[in-house]
Design a protein around this ligand. Structure first.
Ligand code: PXG
Length: 465
């Protein structure tokens, strides 16, 4: 076996990758034909690939590198913790300092009485925990039939059996026998695409009231919880109308069902507060966290749980659930240091008062582009709807995602990472991004939009459905 280094020619790395590495959410055979782009290093907001290209990472990795790349402090803490205590479990009446310190810090940061942390290795695992936790809660309360969890179409909550079932992605449900039983989905608060002639506020209320109708239909004695991302991320950065979350919260309280906020993307500064539920104005009973918790430097996730739920489940004998790496000491130590950086570097104020408003101004200009139907931004989480016809918010006649994919390819060619979800471009740069980087990001985005426009016009794709 060859020793694999960055110094192999790109083509050789790509051939080995194609031969042995199965990529997530990828058609591997197709990727093998063109070869994956090999990322070799990164610093700040900039990636370097094996050809020496410098790429502005408008996605913070995968919505996670909040403090930016190359932070020495995080590497130092990881090395120190590995030497001191590389691993110990938290199952059999033992604990360790990093798990304790991080749980206490999260309890301090989380709003309301969310004072208890059940650790996981990822967002998907944490959502699997949530399914078992809310069902167990109602079992202990004497309502074992209260086991249905209501979610939304086009939600993303991970891709394990539980996470994929909670999510509302048709492509995931189509493979592997998902969703698991007793998870149901209602409409998403996506006004731009689905709001028709309603005002955003009317539409937000209408979609929230689907929850009430669903509870009535199923019977309140069957419903355990509602789960939602404060702002849908993987679904296209869908910012709900202002009426939506307060109404969802009212309905959950009225019927006494648990409210889970999936903060995997929206947590840890992304929206200009510690948590997205604070920005959107509601109080959950459980929050799912991952990604920005460690800025992606090491895998860690968890469920932050209310006093009521933790005391109920914890007071009723063993909760038969856990992962080897629950509260992994190295991951917990890195996460704690990451939270220190977010706080001491003032990154949340930077998002809310500096980078967010600066980007918002630039987006106003970008919204004038003929291909752009709307732009949305909360904190440093944003999206750009592409359209053949601004006024009517029309979709393209081509299969959804055709134009978005082309735009993403143009971005990549122009050294900007921006993802597409269907025909919507999404971005979520590292929170450390400076106005000068934002200028570069917008300049590359505009160039890519211009090129996409010319390309689809030439190919006859500039047509409304
Ligand atoms: N909840 C939310 C809200 C997420 O965004 C998960 C749970 C699952 O977390 P893990 O750590 O198990 O991946 C996520 C993950 C995309 C994309 O294409 C988004 C995610 C993951 C992979 C791709 O936008 N979000």
């Amino acid at each position: 076996m060859k020793h694999i280094t960055n110094h192999l020619p790109t083509a050789e790395l790509q051939a080995l990758d194609a031969a042995h590495h199965m990529h997530p959410f990828t058609a591997d055979a197709e990727l093998a034909k063109k070869g994956a782009r090999v990322i070799t290093s990164a610093s700040g907001v900039t990636l370097t690939d094996s050809e020496g290209n410098q790429i502005l990472d408008g996605m913070a990795g995968l919505w996670c590198v909040n403090v930016g790349y190359g932070r020495e402090e995080l590497a130092r803490v990881a090395a120190r913790q590995m030497k001191e205590l590389a691993f110990y479990n938290t199952f059999f009446q033992t604990t360790h300092v990093p798990a304790i310190a991080l749980a206490a810090r999260l309890a301090e940061l989380a709003p309301g009485d969310l004072n208890h942390v059940f650790y996981a290795g990822s967002g998907s695992e944490a959502n699997d925990t949530n399914i078992r936790l809310v069902r167990r809660y109602w079992e202990v309360k004497g309502h074992p039939k209260k086991d249905i969890i209501i979610s939304r179409h086009n939600a993303y909550h991970g891709s394990t059996m539980g996470g994929g079932s909670l999510g509302g992605m048709a492509g995931i449900h189509a493979q592997g026998g998902l969703p698991i039983p007793n998870i149901v989905h209602i409409g998403q608060p996506h006004w731009y695409s689905e709001g028709g002639d309603m005002t955003p506020d009317e539409f937000g209320l209408m979609r929230a009231r689907e929850l009430e109708a669903k509870i009535e239909e199923l019977g309140v004695d069957r419903v355990a919880a509602f789960i939602g991302e404060p702002i849908q991320g993987a679904g296209g950065v869908i910012v709900p109308p202002a009426t939506y979350w307060p109404e969802i919260e009212r309905i959950c309280r009225k019927y006494g069902i648990l409210l889970i906020a999936d903060e995997v993307i929206t947590g840890f500064g992304r929206t200009g507060n510690w948590f997205g539920s604070q920005t959107l104005g509601f109080q959950p009973d459980i929050m799912t966290v991952a990604k920005g918790l460690s800025s992606g430097y090491i895998p860690i996730g968890g469920s932050i749980v209310s006093d009521e739920i933790a005391n109920t489940v914890g007071g009723a004998g063993d909760f038969n659930h856990g992962y080897t790496y629950c509260g992994h000491p190295v991951a917990a130590a890195v996460a704690l240091e990451n939270l220190r950086i977010i706080e001491e570097d003032g990154l949340i104020d930077h998002v809310r008062d500096v980078a967010g408003p600066y980007l918002e101004k630039k987006l106003e200009k970008l919204a004038e582009h003929p291909l752009v139907g709307e732009t949305k931004l909360v904190g440093l989480m944003g999206s750009i709807a592409l359209t053949p016809h601004k006024e009517s918010r029309a979709k393209f006649a081509s299969e959804e995602g055709t134009v978005g994919y082309r735009c993403r390819e143009r971005c990549f060619a122009n050294n900007l990472v921006m993802r597409h979800v269907g025909d919507r471009m999404v971005f979520s740069p590292p929170l450390i991004i400076q106005p000068s980087d934002i200028d570069v990001m917008i300049e590359r985005a505009l160039k890519s939009l211009d090129e996409t426009y010319s390309e689809i016009k030439a190919d006859g794709l500039l047509k409304a459905a």
